[in-house]
Design a protein around this ligand. Structure first.
Ligand SMILES: N[C@@H](CCC(=O)N[C@@H](CS)C(=O)NCC(=O)O)C(=O)O
Length: 199
């Protein structure tokens, strides 16, 4: 199995999933720069983005799809067996992509990646304001349970925590969301996450 990407990118969440399920994989260090635009890499992911996964005949892009596949195929209890919980895991994964990423990624761009001259504090302020709503939703979901689907860590947690890692990365303080903060510590306290950090 080959996983393409670098830890300082959205590939981190798929590296975490690969570590969590314990598969043998080779991490191919494609960055989000020119090396993700070569003909060789575009044959793997025509979007020219990371991560991507190749497992035998299967070629996959989109971090959450990769993680759902890894969890379902190799993850045992990480992937819910109950159809309703499976649907909830997909729901939360899509939610991470549509509610968190679009706010958190601009924070990274405008705080850390873009040249100073292109950074816009208004983009950061808008993103910080807009992410309050999904963070309140997450916090409420975790008010009476340890993990998103109940008592056990699942791919739903890995995918949403994987998206929320970006907040840590840009030092965006989420501590006022106390349930979400405690849950995030539980998720990132896993040995698989420590192995991810060592990459
Ligand atoms: N929705 C995609 C987003 C992937 C993505 O945009 N990755 C960034 C790195 S974090 C990238 O490869 N950017 C390069 C580019 O846009 O040219 C996923 O979650 O896999």
């Amino acid at each position: 199995m080959k996983l393409y990407g670098t830890p300082i990118s959205r590939a981190l969440r798929s590296i975490w999933a690969a570590e969590e399920v314990g598969v043998d994989y080779e991490l191919i260090p494609i960055s989000n720069q020119a090396d993700s635009k070569t003909p060789e890499y575009l044959a793997v992911n025509p979007n020219g983005r990371i991560p991507a996964l190749v497992d035998g005949d299967l070629v996959l892009f989109e971090s959450m799809a990769i993680n759902l596949y890894l969890a379902k195929t190799y993850g045992g209890k990480l992937y819910p067996s109950d159809p309703h919980d499976e649907a909830r895991a997909i729901q939360w994964s899509i939610w991470g992509m549509t509610e968190l990423d679009p706010q958190l990624i601009p924070m990274v761009m405008h705080k850390m990646i873009l040249p100073e001259s292109k950074r816009d504090p208004a983009v950061i302020a808008n993103a910080e304001a807009a992410v309050a709503r999904p963070l309140a939703v997450l916090d409420a979901q975790l008010a009476d349970r340890e993990y998103l689907l109940g008592g056990d860590f699942s791919v739903a947690d890995l995918n949403v925590a994987g998206a929320l890692l970006t907040a840590n990365f840009v030092n965006f303080d989420i501590s006022k969301y106390e349930n979400a903060t405690r849950w995030m510590s539980r998720c990132t306290g896993r040995p698989s996450f420590a192995r991810t950090q060592a990459k």
